[in-house]
Design a protein around this ligand. Structure first.
Ligand SMILES: Nc1nc2c(ncn2[C@@H]2O[C@H](COP(=O)(O)OP(=O)(O)OP(=O)(O)O)[C@@H](O)[C@H]2O)c(=O)[nH]1
Ligand SMILES: [Mg+2]
Length: 488
C-alpha cells in the first residue's frame, strides 16, 4: 500500500517545491525581464541632474501625468529603486538631489561624471494576448554631452587635429580667449626634444583657452577633447597632458620630439578614453534625451546659437555613427528614439513655449534629419523638469504684459534690482520673436531676454509632514515619448 506523508511534511514539501519554483521564476524573470537603458545628456548646465531627479521622483510618487499614457490609464502599479547593475559606474545620488530641491530649495550641485540608477516599474500590460502584470527595469544614465564631442577625434590624426584646432582659434570673436594659448604655442618648437614640463604647460594653456571659450559669449564648449573641461575620473591624469601644436605645413613628426610626445598622448587618449566610452557605455543606450538650454543661447546672440548648433550637430553625429564604416568597427549605436528638449521653459510664459520649441527644431534641424536617416525616431519638446515659476501679468502703462513670478536666487540682478534669495518677483522676461528664424540673424537683441536664475519652488507640506510633488512642465510628454511603447 502506498504510504502518504502526513499533512505537515506534505505542507513542507509543498512549500519547498514552491520555493524552488519561485527561484526558478526569479531566474527566469532576471533572464527575461525587459530592460531599457535611457541616456540623459546635454552640455554643461543644460539641466541633466534636475531632469533625472524629477523623472525618478514622479515615477516613484506616481504623480498624475496626463500625457504619459501608461500612468494616465492607471497601469503603473509601483516604481521602486533597485540595486545598481554596474559596479563600475557611480550611483546617481537621487535622494541627495531631491532633498536639496525640496527641503533646501537649492538646485543640485554640478556633476562632471556619469552616474546611473536602476528603477523597476511594475505595470499592467493591456495587449490582449499578453495582458497582465509585468515589470520593466529602467536604467537611467546621466553623462556629460561634452564626451560625445570626442567622436570626431577617432578618425582624425594628430596632425589634422592640431591644424584644425589652431585654425579655429583664429575665428572672429575668439582672439581674446585664444591669445595666451597662441602666445605659449608660438614660444615652443614642436621639433625640440620631448619635455614633460613643456607638455604640461601647453596642456594647461590649452585647457585655459577652452575654459575661456565657454565663459565667453559663445557659452558652450564645442572644441574637443571633451574631457579637458569635463574630466570625470581623469582629472589631473597624464592621459590629459597633451595639446595641439602649431605644426605649419609639417607632414612628418620627428621621433623623440615634443610633437611626437603629444602625438602619442593624443593617440592613447583616443584608444584608452574615447573608444571605451563609446564601446562600453554609449553603444548600449536605447533611448536618449538631449537637453538643450536654448533660451540661454538665444539670449547670447547669433554667435552663441551658431556655436550651439555646431556642438549639437557633433553630439548627434554619434547617433549616426553606424553608417560610417570606420566608426562602426568600433561601435554601433542602438538608440532608436532620441528626444531633444529645450529645458527651463518655466523662464518664459507658456504662450511663448511654441516659439521655443520651433527655435529648438531649427537649431537641431540638420542633426535631426541625419539621425532620422539613421533609423531613429526623433522628437522635440519644450519642458521644465522643475517648474520654479508661476504665471502672472504685469501692467506697463495701460498694457498688460505676460510675466512669470518666482524667487530669484540671492545676488541675481535685473537692472538696478539685486535680489536677496527670499523675495518673490514678477518678471516680464521678454518674448521670443514670432519667427524664430530671425533669432539666428540677430532678430533678438543679445541680453534682451531678462530672466534671473530662480530658486526651486516652495513645496507645500501637508499635516502628515508629506511634501507635495514637484511641479513641472511637459515632463510627462517626454516620458511618454521615451518609455511609452515599452509599457504597452
Ligand atoms: N527654472 C529652472 N531652472 C532649471 C531647471 N533645470 C535646471 N535648471 C537650472 O539649471 C542649472 C543646471 O541644472 P543641472 O541639472 O545641474 O544641469 P547639469 O546638466 O546636470 O549640469 P552639470 O552637472 O554642471 O553639467 C540648475 O542649477 C538650475 O539653476 C528647470 O526645470 N527650471
Ligand atoms: Mg549634472
Amino acid at each position: 500500500m502506498p504510504s502518504f506523508p502526513d499533512l505537515s511534511t506534505f505542507g513542507d514539501a509543498l512549500s519547498r517545491a514552491s520555493g524552488a519554483a519561485h527561484s526558478l521564476r526569479q531566474a527566469g524573470q532576471d533572464l527575461f525581464q525587459p530592460t531599457l537603458r535611457l541616456g540623459v545628456t546635454g552640455l554643461a548646465r543644460s539641466g541633466k541632474t534636475v531632469f533625472t531627479t524629477a523623472l525618478v521622483h514622479h515615477l516613484i510618487r506616481r504623480t498624475p501625468m496626463p500625457a504619459f499614457r501608461a500612468a494616465a490609464e492607471g497601469r503603473i502599479r509601483q516604481t521602486r529603486l533597485a540595486h545598481q547593475p554596474n559596479d563600475d559606474v557611480p550611483r546617481f545620488a537621487f535622494e541627495a538631489h531631491l532633498e536639496a530641491l525640496v527641503a533646501d530649495r537649492r538646485w543640485p550641485a554640478s556633476t562632471s561624471r556619469t552616474a546611473e540608477l536602476r528603477l523597476e516599474i511594475d505595470f499592467e500590460r493591456t495587449s490582449r494576448w499578453r495582458a497582465g502584470p509585468a515589470t520593466l527595469s529602467l536604467d537611467i544614465v546621466d553623462y556629460p554631452g561634452e564626451w560625445l564631442l570626442d567622436l570626431s577625434l577617432i578618425d582624425q590624426s594628430y596632425l589634422d587635429w592640431s591644424r584644425e584646432t589652431v585654425a579655429a582659434s583664429g575665428r572672429p570673436g575668439r582672439a581674446a580667449a585664444a591669445a595666451p594659448w597662441r602666445a605659449a604655442l608660438a614660444a615652443v618648437d614642436p621639433g625640440a626634444p620631448a619635455d614633460e614640463a613643456k607638455a604640461e604647460r601647453l596642456a594647461e594653456a590649452f585647457r585655459a583657452y577652452l575654459r575661456a571659450l565657454r565663459q565667453g559669449p559663445e557659452a558652450v564648449a564645442t572644441t574637443p577633447p571633451g574631457r579637458f573641461l569635463m574630466p570625470g575620473d581623469l582629472a589631473g591624469s597624464p592621459a590629459l597632458t597633451f595639446a595641439p601644436l602649431d605644426l605649419g605645413a609639417e607632414v612628418r613628426i620627428a621621433s623623440g620630439s615634443l610633437a611626437a610626445l603629444m602625438q602619442r598622448r593624443f593617440e592613447s587618449y583616443k584608444t584608452r578614453v574615447v573608444q571605451p566610452f563609446f564601446r562600453d557605455h554609449f553603444q548600449r543606450i536605447e533611448r536618449q534625451i538631449v537637453l538643450v538650454d536654448v533660451l540661454a543661447a538665444a539670449d547670447g546672440g547669433p554667435a552663441a546659437l551658431a556655436e550651439l548648433e555646431e556642438a549639437l550637430d557633433r553630439v548627434l553625429m554619434a547617433f549616426n555613427a553606424g553608417r560610417n564604416s570606420f566608426l562602426s568597427r568600433i561601435f554601433a549605436p542602438r538608440a532608436d528614439r532620441v528626444l531633444f528638449a529645450a529645458t527651463k521653459a518655466d523662464h518664459i510664459h507658456h504662450t511663448s513655449h511654441d516659439r521655443l520649441e520651433r527655435l529648438l527644431r531649427l537649431l537641431v534641424g540638420r542633426a535631426v534629419r541625419r539621425t532620422e536617416a539613421a533609423g531613429a525616431r526623433v522628437g522635440t519638446v519644450a519642458l521644465a523638469s522643475v517648474r520654479a515659476t508661476r504665471e502672472t501679468s504685469i501692467m506697463e502703462g495701460r498694457t498688460s504684459l505676460r510675466a512669470v513670478a518666482g524667487t530669484p536666487e540671492a545676488g541675481e540682478r535685473i537692472g538696478d534690482d539685486v535680489f536677496d534669495g527670499e523675495t518673490e518677483a514678477a518678471i516680464f522676461s521678454g518674448e521670443l520673436p514670432a519667427d524664430p528664424e530671425t533669432v539666428f540673424t540677430g532678430g533678438l537683441e543679445p541680453g534682451s531676454l531678462r530672466f534671473p536664475r530662480f530658486r526651486p519652488p516652495r513645496i507645500p507640506v501637508d499635516a502628515a509632514g508629506r511634501s507635495a510633488a514637484l511641479p513641472h512642465i511637459r515632463l510627462d510628454r517626454a516620458l511618454d515619448f521615451l518609455l511609452g511603447d515599452r509599457l504597452p
